[in-house]
Design a protein around this ligand. Structure first.
Ligand code: FE2
Ligand code: FE2
Length: 153
């Protein structure tokens, strides 16, 4: 890794360190997400993509990275959740669950709230992003999900 890339990754990690090392966020490691990726790895990946893209476009990279790190903080295995609880429509409902969990543990700004609540658009239909960082996350989340599902790791 080049010196610049290493410095950029360090700068990124400092932005999200308190979240990434919080026990509630670490709990996401227990839950599989796509392919062989767990929720924690997926969120970390989305956070990094958000950070890089938002930096490039002069948007709020800090908020985008932080919200990316907790955008899927729903804390269950969605593959078995419906069978175990009878609760369906994970794709539609989990952004609100992640938001409720996130605001319980962390102070969130308006951009972070928008990112978490709308990242599943267009699945959430009328709940669409109101911020540019939110729109970025609808793309990075889908890009990372596709990558993870395709690679099976
Ligand atoms: Fe999600
Ligand atoms: Fe996600």
């Amino acid at each position: 890794m080049s010196k610049n890339k290493y410095a950029a990754k360090r700068e990124f990690y400092k932005t999200i360190q308190d979240l990434a090392e919080h026990p509630v966020v670490l709990e996401m490691k227990k839950y599989p997400q796509h392919g062989k990726t767990n929720c924690y790895k997926h969120c970390l990946r989305v956070a990094y993509c958000n950070y890089c893209l938002c930096k490039m476009f002069h948007l709020d990279a800090r908020s985008a990275a932080r919200a990316g790190m907790i955008h899927d903080l729903f804390l269950y295995d969605w593959h078995t959740h419906a069978a175990q609880t009878g609760e369906r429509f994970h794709g539609l409902k989990h952004p609100e669950k992640a938001y409720r969990n996130a605001k319980k543990y962390f102070p969130l700004n308006q951009i972070e709230v928008d990112i978490i609540r709308t990242h599943m658009w267009p699945v959430t239909f009328r709940t669409f992003p109101r911020t540019r960082e939110g729109w970025v996350t609808t793309l990075t989340d889908k890009y990372c999900s596709l990558l993870e599902t395709g690679r099976r790791k």
